[in-house]
Design a protein around this ligand. Structure first.
Ligand code: FAD
Length: 444
């Protein structure tokens, strides 16, 4: 019988990580102790949001010797999408490679794609050089074909390798089985630069690096309002029910899909889209029957399954997208059913954790990395490809804030245009249903 260990319902709105496997896993690791905001502050740079985007920007600024800066987080460090994601360190953007080339032309698209490959490398180098305890598994990522359309797969490989400068490898069905043993897959592609890690542990390690570099990371410090006064930014912050003022020269907004309610243009241009994950009980040798190697795996449907092994030999399984948050019981039942559809032998496996998180999407499925106005910077809209792209955004914004270079302008075309609230969410949900229906018909 399918079983689920019930724990209290996880509410995303509280910026908490209850139900999330990674939060329980942190009990065995060193957690970074974030600071508490207890007074007014005057800073050079204030960064809102301690997800990967905010923390990477802070690390980039510190590496450049930027003056006084701090990161302010409404919940705990990594409590947004960054600390709850699949942990896939993958190249590219949520926008498809074909669309990227169509929109920018081959040369510019290749440049933007290669920035994400550099970001993959820089995350891995940072983890190794700082000896970060976050289970980096540098064994690539496999894209498995659900549709038995070899020509489509080969066309994608050609696009990636010949137009974007990647080196993805085609896997025959027999080769694919060396990575993943599933009767519903046909052939596959292998991204050798891909890797995976424990994302919450990485967020904590990054926060520790930022703090060691001389900046503060404040947890439970919510920015409620932003004002421009006499050429400076004035932020109204709430921490433990007490209001404080933070004045700064530069404001960097990295609030992802959790930005709701902030009086900034980024809030109007963000579609918060939910996706979900579960963790099984530890599986022992059974796991090798599914994943004989250590690569992470996803498939080529619109709302794909994504999964990998944890250090303690659980199957960490993600999937589905929705404009609605779901209860942990819903997530657990649906994702377990998805898992069993592919791997019937997992029917009796216990699901021990179930959680969801919000990704930030823009209307164009590309991140917004830009300057909004005078000393007002934005890094948002990373969608489901946020691990590597947030590292890249952090570097670009840090260089821009320090006046080093303005390479962020390569993203000038991509803005978080208004998404029109409920109407935008309804349109997005309609689009998802349509894509999912198309995938189901293609599978018949
Ligand atoms: C379940 C799931 C699986 C995913 N899997 C993958 C994957 O495998 N690979 C991949 O590349 N991407 C994945 N993604 C996407 C990726 O996690 C995100 O794109 C990325 O983490 C976004 O980082 P961020 O820093 O922009 O946002 P977040 O990590 O969401 O951080 C934003 C932070 O801002 C804080 N905040 C918001 N408003 C305020 C305020 N007013 N004051 C103070 N703080 C505030 C929030 O609390 C939050 O911590 C996944 C996402 C989810 C939800």
């Amino acid at each position: 019988m399918f079983q689920f260990n019930m724990k209290p319902l996880h509410q995303d709105s509280d910026h908490g990580l209850r139900g999330c496997f990674y939060a329980d896993d942190m009990q065995h690791r060193t957690r970074h102790r974030a600071a508490t905001l207890e007074s007014d502050l005057t800073l050079d740079v204030a960064i809102i949001g301690a997800g990967f985007a905010g923390l990477s920007t802070a690390a980039g600024l510190l590496a450049r010797g930027c003056g006084e800066l701090a990161v302010f987080e409404a919940g705990e460090v990594g409590a947004g999408a960054s600390g709850r994601n699949g942990g896939f360190i993958m190249g590219g953007y949520s926008l498809s490679p074909q669309a990227l080339i169509r929109q920018l032309g081959e040369a510019a698209a290749e440049r933007l794609y290669q920035l994400t490959v550099t970001a993959q490398q820089s995350i891995k180098s940072r983890i190794r050089s700082q000896a970060m305890d976050c289970d980096l598994v540098d064994q690539g990522i496999v894209l498995a074909d659900r549709f038995d359309r070899t020509a489509d797969l080969q066309a994608l490989q050609q696009t990636m390798n010949h137009q974007l400068g990647a080196d993805w490898q085609c896997l025959t069905p027999a080769q694919l089985r060396e990575w993943v043993r599933c009767d519903h897959y046909h052939a596959g592609l292998y991204e050798p630069q891909g890797a995976h890690f424990q994302p919450l542990a990485y967020a904590h390690a990054l926060a520790a690096q930022v703090t060691a570099g001389g900046a503060q990371v404040y947890a439970h410090a919510r920015c409620e309002q932003v004002q421009r006064k006499a050429g400076r930014w004035s932020l109204q912050m709430y921490s433990n029910g007490v209001s404080h003022r933070v004045n700064c020269r530069h404001l960097v907004v990295c609030c992802g899909g959790y930005i709701k309610g902030l009086n900034l243009p980024q809030a109007k241009g963000t579609l918060p889209i939910a996706t979900f994950m579960v963790a099984t009980e530890p599986l022992g040798d059974e796991l090798e029957q599914i994943l004989p190697a250590d690569a992470a795996v996803y498939d080529n449907r619109f709302a794909f399954d994504y999964y990998r092994k944890s250090r303690d030999r659980r199957l960490l399984w993600g999937g589905r997208i929705s404009t609605r948050q779901r209860s942990r019981a819903w997530i657990s039942a649906r994702l377990h059913a998805d898992m069993v559809r592919l791997y019937p032998q997992l029917r009796k496996v216990r699901i021990e954790h179930a959680w969801g998180g919000l990704m930030a999407y823009t209307r164009n499925s590309m991140p917004e990395i830009r300057q909004h106005g005078d000393k007002h910077w934005s890094a948002t809209g990373f969608g489901g490809h946020g691990v590597a792209t947030t590292a890249l955004a952090g570097e670009l914004l840090a260089a821009a804030v320090c006046g080093e270079h303005a390479d962020y302008r390569q993203f000038a075309r991509y803005r978080a245009d208004p998404v029109y609230g409920v109407a935008g969410m309804a349109a997005a949900q309609g689009f998802y249903w349509w894509q999912q229906l198309r995938d189901r018909l293609r599978l018949l």
